[in-house]
Ligand binder design. Structure first.
Ligand code: PEP
Length: 247
């Protein structure tokens, strides 16, 4: 039985002091959640957020990392830095990073491998554009992202990681994928993992849906057989996240 996982992606929101205040608001609201609860926060917020959630059921994650260990990579953050600051998770390959920062599937793959090597749990994102959905190539596209993103990753490590299916047209738009659309793609991802690895690995990996998840639609989305929780953007910055984490 897979444990659900609900992660907030704060994106480039919340100064350190705002982040601590948000933690104080959210802590009691997520305290009763039966899911793993994760706050993925801007790099500068990690240390104060780790401190603010100490002793609670909340884990902290980064929103990105760089695949080199250290050195002359101005502005980047390493897996060791995330770990030492108290992160357990890291989002990799979010569509905003793929789009604005030109991250390819090959870069995503290097980052996934680095996260795993260092002991961070990657939340690897995939998702199609509206154009791709309309062209009928959603499942082909997602299978390609999964296959390249996981190249060279062992079955045992895949079983422990998280994959987030986030249709780009649903992110931050208020347009949520229908439950059927979300289940179809999450099911196809699990099938793809079964083909590359084996059924046990596919049964173990946790697959989230992300894209305008809110307090009103979370319970239905999370009740689907292949949806093991959500990656939540906008709604993770308000009290609604408590409802979502308990959905
Ligand atoms: C996201 O950025 O991962 C996301 C799903 O955003 P939103 O919930 O705002 O659509």
């Amino acid at each position: 039985m897979r444990k659900k996982i609900v992660a907030g992606n704060w994106k480039m929101n919340m100064t350190p002091s705002q982040a601590v205040a948000l933690c104080e608001t959210l802590k009691p609201l997520v305290a009763g959640s039966e899911a793993d609860v994760v706050f993925c926060v801007p790099a500068i917020d990690i240390v104060p957020v780790v401190e603010a959630v100490k002793g609670t059921n909340i884990e902290v994650g980064g929103e990105n990392l760089y695949f080199e260990d250290k050195g002359a990579y101005t502005g980047e953050i390493s897996a060791d830095m995330l770990l030492d600051a108290g992160c357990k998770y890291v989002i990799i390959g979010h569509s905003e990073r793929r789009d604005y920062f030109k991250e390819t599937d090959e870069i995503v793959n290097k980052k996934v491998k680095k996260a795993i090597e260092k002991g961070l749990t990657p939340i690897m994102c995939c998702g199609e554009s509206l154009e791709q959905r309309e062209q009928g190539i959603t499942l082909d596209w997602i299978r390609m992202q999964i296959k390249i993103g996981l190249q060279g990753v062992d079955a045992a490590d895949v079983a422990k990681m998280v994959i987030a299916y986030e249709p780009i047209w649903a992110i931050g738009t208020g347009v949520t994928a229908t439950t059927e659309q979300a289940q179809e793609v999450c099911g196809a991802i699990r099938q793809c993992i079964a083909e590359i690895y084996c059924q046990d690995t596919a049964d173990a990996v946790r697959i989230q849906y992300g894209g305008s998840v809110n307090a009103g639609n979370a319970a239905e989305l999370f009740s689907q057989p292949d949806i093991d929780g959500g990656l939540v953007g906008g709604a993770s910055l308000k009290a609604d996240f408590g409802v979502i984490a308990n959905a």
